[in-house]
Each structure stands twice: as C-alpha cells, then as structure tokens.
Ligand binder design. Structure first.
Ligand code: DGL
Length: 286
C-alpha cells in the first residue's frame, strides 16, 4: 500500500552540521515526525561559494533526500535557502521550505517600527534574499534592513569556543558594533550556527534588540503548514532522526551534539558523488 503522506518523513539538508540547530527546533515543535537529515560536510562551507555552485550542491542534496520519499524538504541552510529555494520549488514536486522567509516575518513583527538587522554568511547577505523577504513581508521596511556578513563566526562555533570566550566576544563586536549603534528592533540570526552564539550577540546588542532564531521561526511555520494541510504525523510516539553525512561520520557524530542538543542516534556516510545516483544507496532503514 502507498504510504499516507502524513506518515512520511521530513527531508532536511544543510551544508554540514549547522542545520542540526534547525532539526532541534523541528523536533521540539513536532516530536512525532521522522526526519532524514543530510549534512554535506564534504563540501562545507556554502556561505563563501558562488550562487551557481551552492544551487548545484542544493539540488544534489535534495535529489538524495527525494529518494527517501519525504512529504516535504527543508532547506536548513540560510546560504542555500538564499539562492536555491525557487529552483528547488520548481523541480521537486513536494513542498520546499526555506529558512529565510519565516525569520524575516518574525523580525517584522518583533521590530516595533525600528530597523531590522540581519547577520549571515557572505553569500546569504550578497544574495539580497533577506532584504527581499523582509520587503515582501512589510514593504515599509524595504530600505530599513541593516546587514552584516560574519564569515568567521561559523568556523568559530565549529571549533567549540564558548560564548564568553574573549575571541568570540571580540569577533562578534567587530562584526556588529556598527549595527548596534543603529539600534535595530530585531536582529535575524541568519545562519545555522548563530543560535549557539546567542548569549554573546545579546550581550553586545542589548535587551532592546529582539534576536530572531530563523530555525525556530521555520519550525513553527512548518508545524502550522502541516496542521493546515493535514500533513502532521498522527502517531502518538516519538519520531526517528536518521543522519547522513558526505564526510567522515565520526567527526559529524562528535560535533553534532553541540548543535542538536543531544547525541544523534544514527549517522551514515554517503559520497557527495553518489547524491544524484539514480539508484538509492540507502536501501531500507539503517
Ligand atoms: N549552514 C550555513 C548557513 O546557514 C553556514 C555554514 C556554511 O557556510 O556552509 O548559511
């Protein structure tokens, strides 16, 4: 019998480990859902690469996930969401959810008429995707978006430095002190890694700037979408998380806990060159 759409898994991909911060929010909002996660650790970072390259990688990642027969695909990477959402929507044939739009909407609600800040990778900022998403949500904000590209922050998080580390505080200060002077009402954490630096960012920006976790905004938006469309998994128990990495699964497993909030149960390897193979290398469940 064909599987009921609601009981199918959610496919989630990111350039590496960072998207697990989005998975963590998805699991909290929708504990019954099965999630298949692909981290393209062999080709991370996406945030410094050209839109064409990131788009190609994103389509390859999504092709792998489509072989798991998901009910929806989540682009849990801001850099990929910024440049590949439209083309993936045109190609996949299942709902494609990006992490840029929900965060932009939350920021508009939280900003209280003051400017909106966005911090993200070089690629995500250069694409103008956040600026467009904010303007679409609220045209009056079109020229009131302040941006900061913060290329050093994702590697700093992966290195495991804590939020009160002087190096972290100094890099955060360097990237954000100009924006801080403009007193934005909301600041979008527009990169998967930044929720782990929330304390350091809040310390610099002060209590008058609401920090918007784009992964959290996305998880809430997806839960609403599933309820509306009858796509929420009806089971009463908890769902399963299965992780795939295009690079060494050991490193993935070692670092994943920091992003996910707990150790992942199963991490398997798939070669980046196998992502688009016609036959699934996956077979059954791991
Ligand atoms: N996942 C990426 C993002 O959210 C950060 C890491 C990278 O540059 O690939 O933009």
């Amino acid at each position: 019998l064909p599987t009921e759409p609601a009981s199918k898994c959610i496919g989630v991909f990111d350039s590496g480990l960072g998207g697990l911060t989005v998975v963590r929010r998805l699991m909290r909002e929708m504990p019954a859902e099965d999630i298949v996660y692909l981290g393209d650790s062999a080709r991370v970072p996406y945030g410094t690469k050209s839109p064409e390259t990131v788009r190609r990688f994103a389509h390859e990642d999504a092709a792998f996930l489509m072989r798991q027969d998901p009910k929806a695909v989540v682009i849990a990477c801001n850099s990929a969401s910024a440049v590949a959402t439209e083309s993936l929507r045109a190609e996949l044939g299942v709902p494609v959810i990006d992490v840029v739009t929900p965060g932009a909407r939350w920021a508009v609600e939280a900003a209280g008429g003051r400017p909106i800040g966005v911090m993200a990778t070089e690629g995500a900022i250069a694409s103008g995707a956040y600026q467009r998403a904010v303007a679409l949500a609220a045209p009056q904000y079109a020229d009131r978006v302040l941006t900061a590209a913060c290329p050093l922050l994702a590697p700093i998080v992966e290195e495991g430095r804590s939020e009160d580390d002087p190096i972290v505080l100094s890099v955060v200060h360097d990237y954000l002190h100009r924006m801080q002077r403009d007193r934005p009402g909301a600041l979008i954490l527009g990169c998967t890694h930044y929720p782990l630096l929330q304390g350091a960012i809040a310390k610099l920006m002060g209590p008058a700037t609401a920090l918007i976790d784009s992964g959290q905004a996305t998880a809430v938006a997806i839960a609403e979408f599933f309820r509306r469309e009858g796509l929420a998994n009806p089971r009463s128990g908890g769902g399963q998380l299965r992780c795939w990495s295009t690079d060494n699964p050991e490193r993935f497993e070692r670092l994943a806990g920091r992003f996910l909030g707990r150790a992942p149960q199963s991490v398997q390897w798939v070669g980046a060159d196998e992502l688009t193979a016609a036959e699934s290398p996956v077979g059954g469940t791991p």
